[in-house]
Write a protein of this length. Structure first.
Length: 482
C-alpha cells in the first residue's frame, strides 16, 4: 500500500493494551481526527474513555489527508445552499469556525504546528468563473469575509478566484501524534488492532463485540461514538446514505511551492498547497477523485495528476503518491448524532465530504458537548439530529446498491472469481474477492494493491484483511489447492 508523506519520516503510532473489564463511560470506535478529539475532550473532563482502533491511530483517512483546515472549501457552501436549508449551511459555517478556533487554541499546548495561509477557490477557465462567483456569493451571504480576485496570483492558470485569508494548514501525521499523546495523558485508554464487529444497546449500556489481536472480546460502555469513517455495525444502514469517494495526493520537491492553498471550482478537481516536511518545503497536489471501486483505472488517474503537475511546475520531482477516501452525503452535510430508537447511546460521525479536519473536530465537540451537558449551539441546525439519522432513504440506497452490484456481477463486469493471493505461512492462500459486507464484487486496485468494493467502499489488502469501509470481517479464504 502506498504510504502517505506524513508517515514516511516518522513511525506510525503504535498503541496496545488490554480491553477494559468493567463498563467504561464512553467507548470511541476509531482513532482518526474525530475519535481522538472526542477522546481527548471527554478524558479531560474526567470521564473513563476507551478508544478501540482496528489498525493504528491515523491509519485510514486522517493520516492520508491534504491537511487543509479551511472555512473556504471549494464550492461546498453554494452546493449546500442549493441542496437544503440556509440554517443548516449557516450552522455548518459556525461549526467550521468553531473547529478552527479549537485547533488554534489547542495548538501550543498540543505542540501542533499550524501555518496560516490564504485559501482560494479558483476558476481554472473563464467558463468556470460563474461557479466560483456562486461560491463567493454564498460565502459572503453566510458571513465569511471572502474577497474576489479577477487576476489571482496562483502558479496555475486561473480566470478568477474567491479568497479567504488566515486559514490553517497542518501536518496530519503530527495532528494524530499530538492528539493521541494528549488523550493518553488525559487518561484515555487507546487500544490498537481491535476491530468492533457488533454493537448492541441493552438497558445497562452499549455492548461491543470486538476482534482484538485475533481473539474475540467484549467491551461495555455507557455511550459509544462510531468515529469509523464509513458507518460500521449499523443496523439503520447509514452506510447506504454516504458514498465512498477516493482521490489521489502526490508530493513534489519544487522551488515553486505555493503560498496559497487552493482548490479548483468547476472543471476537473485540482487541489494544491505547500507543506514543511522533514525540514524542506514541498508541494502537494490532489484530485482525480472517483467512487471507490468504480471508473477508470486508478493508475491512470495518478498519471493524470503527474502530467498536470509537470505542466505547471516543470522542475517538480515526485516524492510520493498515495490515495485516500472519504464519505460524501447528497445534501453535503455531515451525518452526525445519536441513532436514537433502541440505540440512543450509539452515536455516529461520518459524511465529512472531504473536509473532516474541521467537520470531524466539530462532530467531536458536539458529541462531547452533549455528553457533558454543554451542547454546541449550532449542532441541532447542522445535524438535524434524530430526524435526519432515522429517515428511510437508507433502505432505498442499500437496495439500489445491492441491485447494481448484482447486475454488475451478472454482466461479468466484475465477476466474483477466486484469486490467488500471496503465499501465507507456507500455504497457497486463495481469497474469494467478494465483499464480506454485502457481497459486492471486488475490483483489484493496482495503485494501492487492494481489493476495492464498488458498493459501499470497503477495501481489503492482499491477504484479505479489512483496510477500511463498512466491512468488519476479512475475505473468505478458499481451501488450498493440491
Ligand atoms: C484525498 C483526501 C484529502 C483530504 N483532504 C482534506 C483536507 O485538506 N482538509 C480536510 O478538512 N479534510 C480533508 N479530507 C477529509 C478528511 O481527511 C476526513 O474527513 C477525516 O480525516 C475523517 O476523519 P475520521 O476520524 O472521521 O476518519 P478516519 O481518519 O478514517 O478514522 C477512522 C478510524 O476508524 C477505524 N475503524 C474503522 N472501522 C473500525 C471498526 N469496525 N472498529 C475499530 N476501528 C475502526 C479506522 O481504522 C480509522 O483509523 C480529505 C480526504 C481525502 C480522501
Amino acid at each position: 500500500m502506498a504510504e502517505s508523506i506524513w508517515w514516511k519520516h516518522r513511525g506510525t503510532p503504535a498503541v496496545d493494551g488490554a480491553l477494559p473489564t468493567g463498563q467504561v463511560d464512553v467507548a470511541v470506535v476509531g482513532a482518526g481526527v474525530t475519535g481522538l478529539t472526542a477522546a481527548l475532550l471527554l478524558a479531560r473532563a474526567g470521564l473513563g474513555v476507551v478508544v478501540l482502533e482496528a489498525r493504528h491511530p491515523g491509519a485510514v483517512t486522517t493520516g492520508r489527508t491534504t491537511g487543509k483546515v479551511s472555512a473556504l472549501q471549494g464550492t461546498m457552501l453554494s452546493r449546500m445552499l442549493r441542496a437544503g436549508r440556509r440554517e443548516s449551511a449557516a450552522a455548518y459555517v459556525a461549526s467550521t469556525l468553531r473547529a478552527q478556533e479549537w485547533l488554534a487554541a489547542e495548538a501550543d499546548g498540543l505542540g501542533l504546528g499550524l501555518e496560516r495561509r490564504p485559501a482560494a477557490t479558483y476558476a481554472p477557465t473563464a467558463r468556470a468563473t460563474g461557479t466560483v462567483r456562486g461560491e463567493h456569493d454564498a460565502a459572503r451571504d453566510l458571513g465569511l469575509p471572502v474577497r474576489w480576485s479577477d487576476g489571482p496570483d496562483l502558479p496555475v492558470p486561473a480566470a478568477a478566484a474567491t479568497m479567504l485569508d488566515d486559514q490553517l494548514q497542518l501536518d496530519p501525521g503530527q495532528l494524530v501524534e499530538r492528539l493521541l499523546a494528549a488523550a493518553l495523558e488525559a487518561g484515555a485508554v487507546v487500544i490498537g488492532d481491535t476491530r468492533v464487529q457488533r454493537v448492541r444497546q441493552r438497558g445497562d449500556g452499549v455492548h461491543l463485540e470486538v476482534s482484538h489481536g485475533g481473539d474475540e472480546g467484549r467491551v461495555s460502555a455507557g455511550r459509544v461514538l462510531l468515529a469509523t469513517g464509513a458507518p460500521v455495525v449499523d443496523r439503520r444502514m447509514h452506510f447506504a446514505r454516504v458514498t465512498a469517494q477516493r482521490s489521489y495526493i502526490l508530493a513534489f520537491d519544487t522551488a515553486g511551492a505555493p503560498e496559497t492553498m487552493a482548490l479548483s471550482g468547476g472543471g476537473p478537481s485540482r487541489s494544491f498547497r505547500s507543506a514543511e516536511v522533514d525540514g524542506r518545503r514541498i508541494l502537494l497536489v490532489g484530485g482525480a477523485g472517483h467512487e471507490t471501486g468504480r471508473g477508470r483505472a486508478e493508475n491512470r488517474r495518478v498519471d493524470e495528476l503527474r502530467a498536470w503537475t509537470s505542466e505547471h511546475w516543470p522542475d517538480a520531482v515526485e516524492l510520493g503518491a498515495w490515495s485516500a477516501q472519504d464519505y460524501t452525503t447528497t445534501d453535503h452535510l455531515p451525518l452526525v448524532g445519536s441513532l436514537g430508537g433502541a440505540s440512543p447511546g450509539v452515536h455516529l460521525a461520518t459524511g465529512f465530504n472531504k473536509w473532516g479536519l474541521t467537520s470531524g473536530v466539530a462532530a467531536a465537540l458536539s458529541f462531547a458537548g452533549e455528553a457533558l451537558g454543554t451542547p454546541e449551539p449550532w449542532a441541532d441546525d447542522l445535524y438535524g439530529r434524530r430526524a435526519r439519522l432515522r429517515d428511510v432513504p437508507a433502505l432505498a440506497g442499500i437496495q439500489v446498491g445491492v441491485a447494481l452490484g448484482g447486475a454488475a456481477a451478472a454482466a461479468g463486469l466484475a465477476a466474483p472469481v477466486e484469486t490467488s493471493g500471496r503465499r501465507a505461512v507456507g500455504e497457497d492462500c486463495r481469497l474469494l474477492p467478494v465483499c464480506t459486507h454485502l457481497g459486492g464484487p471486488l475490483r483489484w486496485n493496482p495503485h494501492e494493491g487492494s481489493y476495492d468494493c464498488p458498493l459501499h467502499g470497503s477495501r481489503f489488502d492482499r491477504d484479505g484483511q479489512v483496510l477500511e469501509g463498512p466491512a468488519t470481517r476479512p475475505l473468505r479464504r478458499l481451501p488450498a489447492r493440491d
